[in-house]
Ligand binder design. Structure first.
Ligand code: NAD
Length: 336
């Protein structure tokens, strides 16, 4: 097995706890790995860096091409640009992929959810272009480019084809934002018609789409949408399958990929050994698949599926009383 060098960003809040648990699980599964541990977020400022995303951290991801990242806190109102937005823009990580699936042993209203959210990661309202027109009047610019809309649409159809998904639904608000969401829709429609007519395709106005999600999410397959909608719908869908503790994610570009959970740094539970590390462990599984380490990925997935199904060692968010480390230990024990 080739040795992988992976950049590990522990992050802030619960980040160091869940990333250390994940690191132990990945190593116990037998991956030959050298971790290149570097800071971002509040941790970077605490270590004396003058930016929440130090140049060294960015350069390491550019060099090694793969990073596993814990959640970070962006200090509010201090003039720092969000680490996540900086990372996604500087590395051109244009596609966020967030699989949301029901897990045996995690009781929720619906039991057969298997949705993948594909979110455009680089523009929309997250372009951060805001202006004060006159005192008391501010604007935020929503950006859509044909290049980025076409790129994310092609990514989604290619993902659907490779992973044997049948249908892509675009969530939009083109009835109001006729130009920006209109361009997003037209680009997706064009890729469907010209390149992937074999994949079913549908367009739904996002407000009605959200109602559909909570009424019966089992009918949905891949959901494709622009940046802000994807952010919101990811958390909504997380709520369907057990919460933020069980939804992984990846940010993919042509030259690098950063794997991270959907959840944030959860300051309310940080340092208490109660955070669920599963979302980051699942993100690590996505990372292993990306590295073509399918056997190691499967080993970890089979182990956590078994721990969840058994239901004895669950973290607090899933109704149990196990700590972060205890849960990771249970997964490791299953792999032996
Ligand atoms: P959050 O996701 O951190 O927390 C929301 C709720 O979910 C909290 O009650 C928290 O305790 C719970 N939760 C989250 N992850 C959990 C886990 N693994 N196990 C158990 N419970 C969990 O969202 P927030 O409170 O809105 O944000 C806190 C900070 O995180 C903010 O500074 C925000 O900017 C940052 N954030 C970072 C990322 C990222 O780095 N990818 C993503 C979202 C938010």
């Amino acid at each position: 097995m080739a040795k992988h060098t992976i950049v590990l960003i522990p992050g802030d809040g619960i980040g160091p706890e869940v990333s250390s648990a994940t690191r132990r699980v990945v190593e116990a599964a037998g991956l030959s790995v050298e971790w290149c541990e570097l800071p971002a977020g509040q941790a970077a400022l605490d270590q004396g860096h003058d930016n929440v995303l130090p140049q060294r951290t960015l350069a390491a991801i550019q060099a090694h091409k793969v990073a596993l990242k814990g959640p970070v806190t962006t200090p509010v109102g201090k003039g720092f640009k969000s680490v996540n937005v900086q990372l996604r823009k500087s590395l051109n990580l244009y596609a966020a992929v967030r699989p949301v699936r029901s897990l045996e042993g995690v009781k929720t209203r619906f039991s057969n959810v298997n949705i993948v959210i594909i979110r455009e990661n680089t523009e929309g309202l997250y372009s951060g272009i805001e202006n004060e027109v006159v005192p008391g009047v501010v604007t935020s610019l929503k950006v859509a480019t044909e290049v980025a809309c076409t790129r994310i649409a092609r990514f989604a159809f290619r993902y659907a084809t490779r992973r044997h998904h049948k249908k892509i639904t675009v969530f939009h608000k083109a009835n109001i934002m006729k130009m920006t969401d209109g361009l997003f829709l037209n680009s997706a429609r064009k890729i469907h018609e010209e390149e992937y007519p074999n994949i079913d395709y549908d367009e739904v106005i996002i407000d009605a789409g959200c109602m559909k999600i909570v009424q019966d999410p089992t009918r949905l397959d891949i959901l494709l949408m622009e940046n802000l909608y994807g952010d919101l719908v990811s958390d909504l869908c997380a709520g369907l399958v057990g919460g933020l503790g069980v939804v992984p994610g990846s940010n993919i570009g042509d030259d690098a990929a950063v794997f991270e959970a959907v959840h944030g740094s959860a300051p309310d539970i940080a340092g208490k050994n109660v955070a669920n590390p599963l979302a980051l462990i699942m993100s690590a599984v996505m990372m292993l698949e990306h590295l073509h380490e399918d056997a190691v990925a499967k080993k970890i997935q089979t182990a956590y599926d078994a721990v969840l199904a058994e239901g004895k060692t669950l973290t607090r968010d899933l109704g149990g009383s196990a700590g972060t480390n205890e849960f990771a230990d249970a997964i490791i024990a299953r792999m032996k």
